[in-house]
Design a protein around this ligand. Structure first.
Ligand code: FA5
Length: 341
């Protein structure tokens, strides 16, 4: 073992560094030459057998070899890093002329749009939004609304019962009761919300939405009710629509009516949407039954009220010409994107 062995080792190392074409192979060279069990370490071990006076010079030389190797290694490492970076960047080059990926913006659900527009219209008339629980007490959903125990809507066929005294609310009308118990008249409230019935076909869903309107004041008449409904429907359809009342029955209103509007699709001439009748059924309404006012501790001699409720999905189907109510719950983006503004 002498100095020329170390020189040879350095030359071999430098040669191997120059020939390394990747960081990985360069690292392998480092391990082979100056690693813990590398050739330089072997040479240093052999130093032990040298005569004492030769050891310092050999050690110094070995250090110089190591430093020279490390310097060359670092330079090559930096060069290879730059090369790899350059190669990666040129592979990743962006062709700005390629067509981009379409970015879809989220939009409102058609049911949400109709709720939003109904709320805005009623807001303009001074109605404010009230809410109530979806799991409702029997008393609010039926009893206080003058719906007797033997009324067909209480049938298990129509109502989802949670237990003996709780149901999934079948309409938004219980919010009338909650509002009248909470605030003294005069009052004007609206209540948009999710409701539930055992019902399912192309125009009926087990979970749909209604919006309720309630006004309690002095000298309230059917004329006020009709004017309010007409205003809301005109706002919703953004067209001149006629409103007609047909006598009907709801235990919580007296007199009661169902209200229709002239078909906004054909302006009342008759088309597929209105089944050639020129009219479309929208919801139920009437003057608040005095029994309901009394259940809410409101003096029915002094105060009268009107109330109405309509189905949001039904409204959206008419407004947007949708033939199947189930489309609202399928989350099919091809359907939903049609309502983006
Ligand atoms: C009621 O629910 C009454 N609470 C409305 C009311 C309020 C009357 C205030 C008087 C005073 P009805 O069961 O008719 O009424 O339902 C009202 C509307 O909800 C219907 O006209 C229809 O548009 C919608 N609707 C009813 N059942 C379903 C269903 N399964 N799926 C979708 N919409 C429905």
């Amino acid at each position: 073992m002498d100095h020329s062995t170390l020189d040879q080792l350095l030359n071999e190392g430098l040669e191997a560094i120059t020939q390394s074409e990747s960081l990985k192979s360069l690292y392998d060279v480092k391990v082979k030459i100056i690693g813990k069990n590398g050739l330089l370490s072997e040479a240093m071990k052999a130093m032990g057998k040298l005569p004492k006076e030769e050891k310092p010079a050999f050690g110094k030389k070995a250090n110089e070899v190591k430093q020279a190797f490390e310097k060359a290694y670092e330079e090559r490492e930096e060069a290879l890093r730059q090369k790899e970076l350059h190669e990666r960047l040129s592979e990743e080059e962006i062709d700005v002329t390629l067509p981009g990926k379409t970015q879809f913006m989220g939009g409102r659900h058609p049911v949400g749009l109709v709720i939003q527009e109904s709320v805005a219209a009623l807001n303009r008339l001074g109605f404010s939004v009230q809410t109530g629980p979806q799991i409702e007490e029997d008393w609010y959903n039926f009893e206080a609304l003058n719906i007797p125990p033997d009324h067909p809507s209480r049938d298990m066929q129509d109502t989802f019962y949670v237990d003996d005294t709780h149901v999934l609310r079948t309409h938004t009308s219980p919010i009338q009761i909650r509002s009248m118990l909470k605030s003294k008249p005069p009052l004007r409230i609206m209540a948009p919300g999710s409701v539930f019935r055992c019902d399912s076909d192309v125009t009926h869903s087990p979970n749909f939405h209604q919006i309720e309107g309630l006004l309690v004041d002095r000298k309230v008449s059917m004329a006020h009710l009709k004017a309010t409904i007409s205003f809301v429907l005109k706002e919703l359809f953004r067209s001149k629509v006629e409103v007609r009342f047909r006598p009907s029955f709801f235990p919580f209103t007296e007199p009661s009516a169902e209200f229709d509007c002239s078909c906004p699709m054909c302006s009342g001439k008759g088309c597929r949407v209105c089944k050639q009748t020129g009219w479309i059924e929208i919801g139920g309404c009437g003057l608040v039954n005095p029994k309901v006012l009394e259940a809410c501790e409101i003096d029915s001699k002094e105060w009268q009220g009107f109330a109405f409720g309509f189905g949001i999905e039904r409204m959206a189907m008419i407004k947007y010409g949708i033939g199947d109510i189930r489309l609202f719950n399928e989350n099919d983006l091809r359907f939903l994107r049609q309502f983006q503004k």
